[in-house]
Design a protein around this ligand. Sequence first.
Ligand SMILES: C[S@@+](CC[C@H](N)C(=O)[O-])C[C@H]1O[C@@H](n2cnc3c(N)ncnc32)[C@H](O)[C@@H]1O
Length: 287
Amino acid sequence: MNTDKNSFQSGDMVLLQDRKDRRYLTTLADGQVFHSHLGRLSHDFLIGHSVGGWYRTDRGHTLLAVRPTLGEFVRQMPRGPQIIYSKDLGNIVAFADIFPGATVVESGLGSGALTAALLRAVGDRGRVITYEIDESVTPKAMANISRVIPSPSNLTVTIGDVYQGIEERQVDRVVLDVPEPWQAVPGVAEALVMGGILISFLPTILQVHQLVGKLQEDGRFQMVETVETLLRPWHVTERSVRPAHRMVAHSGFLTTAVRCLPRVIGTVDNPSPPLNAEPDGPQSLRD
Ligand SMILES: C[S@@+](CC[C@H](N)C(=O)[O-])C[C@H]1O[C@@H](n2cnc3c(N)ncnc32)[C@H](O)[C@@H]1O
């Protein structure tokens, strides 16, 4: 266990950056050596030394060494299925309001990037249950997750088809990154608490259209909203301040929906409206 936050220990992940801002991710181990076209750097030079320090390779190149963020790790981690990157991970946690202590059902596990972000957001008191249809993805995903959270005892991996239903009840949030989430809607409605939130990541708008149609037809979901995040990095130097030439133009759409009672069943008539009340109540800010 690393007790000194300021220095690297054996087993720590380290992100090395060269003078052209190229980044390399490695895990420190006694006696190991990092190799690149810039030369060799012994891990022993870093172990016990400063995070945020500058280290010279045997070819005289200087590398900056820091701890990777979750987003940086995700970008570099070994993967099978397509992962969700940090621009969407952040908004999934925010828009689905994933909170410490929450019980979250996710599908699918894939390479584990989203699962790691969810585990961080729910914390030790929360739970993540992930449904994955393809058992073969689990070793790589679990290896990735354990690099971020060493022993995720509050993670349950259920090998199964989320379209066939969700066993859990009173679930706070459901997070879907599967190709046909509309097939999971009835099961999600059974699993979520009243007021619980479903969020779905989908790469194409035709999939979004089909999901939203199913949510409306089901009747147990309200406040259905779809957003897309465009993240444009900027190049800022003394002589030039402009958007970066390149950006990720598209990753996917996020659709959220809140589990509610169906409208007719759920309507509660106000027995004694105030005399000066507007006939239909105030206009919703969402309209
Ligand atoms: C795009 S990947 C998920 C990537 C993951 N969110 C990440 O960030 O690493 C989709 C995963 O869903 C799984 N999957 C597809 N259909 C499924 C279903 N009906 N039930 C459970 N898992 C499913 C696939 O096997 C795949 O691993």
